[in-house]
Design a protein around this ligand. Structure first.
Ligand code: UDX
Length: 476
């Protein structure tokens, strides 16, 4: 079809955008687009969640989100609704931001994705661009196209195919994967390293390039399967970087090297880069673990050997036992010992505990009979829902409260406020001054000076840490 796509893309500018799913990806995306000046309808079939969002509660912690939500509820550019069908009818660009949880076999569960595609199919009232924002395995877009044709009772055909005789409507499916880190979602929305657009028509390309134009960042425009694969490959590579430095940290401990200095030494090579080389108890969260497994599963479905990524996953899973081993090394028997736990969220800056390594460690300590005093600046409510207070589990109001009578303090989440703690005050209330640092958050010398026995990850002789002098040269 000889479409004059640019003019059509421009015509669409003032039509509302619909975002389906108002979770960690959908809500920041909806509010980010509203901030860019678009009219956005945010739909979620969880009426309770929509009610809370309408009242100004994002329903999860994300820096800056509450303020942006208030701003665009007030401006009217963001409208939260629980009628998904009506939201589909009202929008021309429809972002799919629903959950893609993981099945027992590692496969991504795309049931919610298909469900919204069927709603779109049954509510076609004009051209629609359906955009995958949720992380989905490559070739999902092909399934979305089939689903919309199949459930639209002949009303729809995928652009840029030629229209059958009847007056059915064209639609497009595109892949526009999110790269939002929890705790930095708005920063990543407004200052992305790149925008990836997987499209199959000029019209879809122009609509997305037009939409994201104000962000002025590199755009990778490709086909849908490539865009879907870019997302999985990005998260898999980042996970591999983390497992790599964790593997190296284990060797550092054996040979008295310092993994922080190793990370600096390799990270200064601009082909490696300094980020995601922080050794510790490994990665968690709703993305890396499930995306890695989904990527491996996709490769296995196509008979491609992804054993490298299986090793990445095994290495990460071994960090739990590694850390518990350090606690045993620090305090001997765990039974009956009081352990103060600093940090529950899967990382700093979020209240999210999904696949948090911290909770896996806590579960083992609980089974071993330790008494656990827990604190996290944001994640206590989410944790209490899955780990209620009990004889063995106490929730505390501060890090100092956690340290009361503790035989050891365990640092599991790298919240900045923990870095600022008064170590002498902590030591003063503890039964035994032992600190086991799972994120290398503390400065070994400062901790030793405060009178602690200090255990961390991959740190050799602190005198050598971060020096520019080769370890062979004696330091004064
Ligand atoms: C990740 C990707 O970074 C983001 O681009 C994607 O869109 C969603 O998944 P997120 O899961 O929010 O974001 O967290 P991230 O900051 O990537 O950290 C993931 C995990 O890796 C956390 O548990 C963190 O503690 C751990 N981590 C991170 C390390 O153990 N070492 C590091 O050096 C960095």
């Amino acid at each position: 079809m000889g479409e004059n796509s640019t003019s059509q893309a421009t015509i669409q500018d003032n039509t509302p955008i619909t975002v389906l799913g108002l979770g960690h990806i959908g809500l920041p995306t909806a509010l980010g687009l509203a901030e860019l000046g678009r009219q956005v309808i945010g739909a979620d079939d969880d009426s309770r969640k929509v009610g809370l969002i309408r009242g100004g509660d994002p329903t999860f912690y994300e820096p800056g989100l509450t303020e942006l939500l208030a701003q665009h509820l007030k401006s009217g550019r963001f409208q939260p609704v629980d009628d998904v069908a009506a939201a589909v009818r009202a929008g021309s660009i429809i972002f799919i931001c629903v959950g893609t949880p993981q099945k027992a076999n590692g496969q991504a569960d795309l049931g919610q994705v298909e469900a919204v595609a069927q709603v779109v199919a049954r509510n076609l009232n004009g051209y629609k661009l359906l955009v995958e924002k949720s992380t989905v395995p490559a070739i999902t877009a092909q399934w979305l196209k089939r689903t919309i044709v199949r459930y639209s009772s002949g009303k729809a055909y995928p652009a840029p195919g030629s229209a059958p005789a009847a007056g059915p409507m064209a639609f497009d499916v595109a892949s526009n994967p999110e790269f939002l880190r929890e705790g930095k979602a708005l920063e990543d929305f407004f200052h992305p390293n790149r925008i990836v657009c997987g499209v199959e028509s000029e019209r879809a390309r122009d609509l997305l390039v037009n939409l994201y134009g104000p962000l002025k960042c590199p755009m990778v425009v490709t086909n849908t399967s490539t865009a879907e694969l870019i997302k999985h490959a990005a998260n898999a590579f980042l996970s591999m970087k983390i497992s790599f430095i964790n593997m190296v940290s284990d060797l550092c401990e054996k040979v008295g090297a310092d993994v922080g200095a190793v990370a600096r030494g390799i990270g200064l090579d601009n082909r490696i880069g300094p980020q995601f080389l922080d050794a510790g108890i490994g990665y968690g969260g709703y993305c890396f673990p499930k995306d890695l497994r989904a990527f491996i599963h996709l490769a296995e479905e196509h008979g491609v050997d992804f054993s490298l990524l299986q090793e990445v996953e095994h290495l990460n899973q071994s960090r739990v036992e590694m850390f518990v081993g350090k606690v045993r090394q620090a305090i001997w028997n765990l039974q009956g010992k009081t352990l103060g736990v600093l940090g529950l969220a899967f990382k700093a800056g979020t209240d999210d505990i999904r696949e948090a390594v911290s909770l896996k460690i806590i579960e083992i300590l609980r089974e071993e009979g330790s008494i656990l005093r827990l604190y996290d600046p944001q994640a206590i409510p989410n944790t209490q829902r899955v780990l209620p207070a009990s004889e063995q589990i106490a929730y505390c109001t501060s890090a100092y409260d956690v340290a009361q009578g503790a035989h050891a303090l365990l640092l599991l989440t790298e919240w900045e406020e923990f870095r600022e703690l008064d170590l002498a005050r902590l030591r003063g209330v503890m039964e035994v001054p032992v600190l086991v640092d799972g994120r290398n958050l503390f400065d070994p010398e400062a901790v030793h000076k405060a009178g602690f026995e200090y255990f961390s990850v991959g740190r050799g002789d602190p005198k050598l840490a971060g020096t520019h002098t080769s370890p062979g040269i004696a330091l004064k």
